[in-house]
Ligand binder design. Structure first.
Ligand code: DQA
Length: 142
């Protein structure tokens, strides 16, 4: 099983960025733990973070027929990007949407996602554990 994990803008700042909201772990640490968990479950996991919408879209296009599932935290693009949504639909790769925080407990502008209605499922509010939960959901579903 091939799984691609995508992380959107500002997530490279995890650990430094508003730690009371987003936690103390860095993205590198989160992805390292997730990769170990994937390895032990026979999952070929790759991950990519970008602050650029264009780079995320190109990475999704490259995943066409190369990846079975995508786990994506689109970060702020969640609330803005029709283009990223369309990219996921264009490759027809099922995806799980993850957010560290419960976006429904936060500002009203975070309550709408351009991804949730076309996602396989959504996990939000469980911190870094959400990525692992997403992988578990994919494993249970395969
Ligand atoms: C986020 C929530 C978004 O609203 C925010 O813009 C982020 C991170 C989360 O993981 O909780 O950058 O996707």
């Amino acid at each position: 099983l091939r799984v691609l994990v995508l992380n959107g803008p500002n997530l490279n700042m995890l650990g430094k960025r508003e730690p009371e909201i987003y936690g103390a772990q860095t993205l590198a640490e989160i992805m390292q733990h997730l990769t170990q968990y994937a390895d032990s479950n026979n999952v070929a996991l790759t991950h990519f973070q970008s602050n650029s919408e264009a780079e995320l879209i190109s990475t999704i296009h490259s995943a066409f027929e190369q990846v079975d599932f995508i786990i994506i935290n689109p970060a702020a693009f969640t609330h803005t990007s029709v283009a990223l949504r369309d990219a996921l639909l264009s490759v027809a790769i099922p995806f799980v949407e993850v957010h560290l925080t419960n976006i429904y407990q936060r500002e009203a502008f975070r309550h709408h996602s351009y991804f949730s209605d076309v996602a396989k499922g959504v996990l939000c509010g469980f911190g870094a554990n959400g990525y692992k939960m997403a992988l578990d959901a994919i494993l249970a579903d395969r």
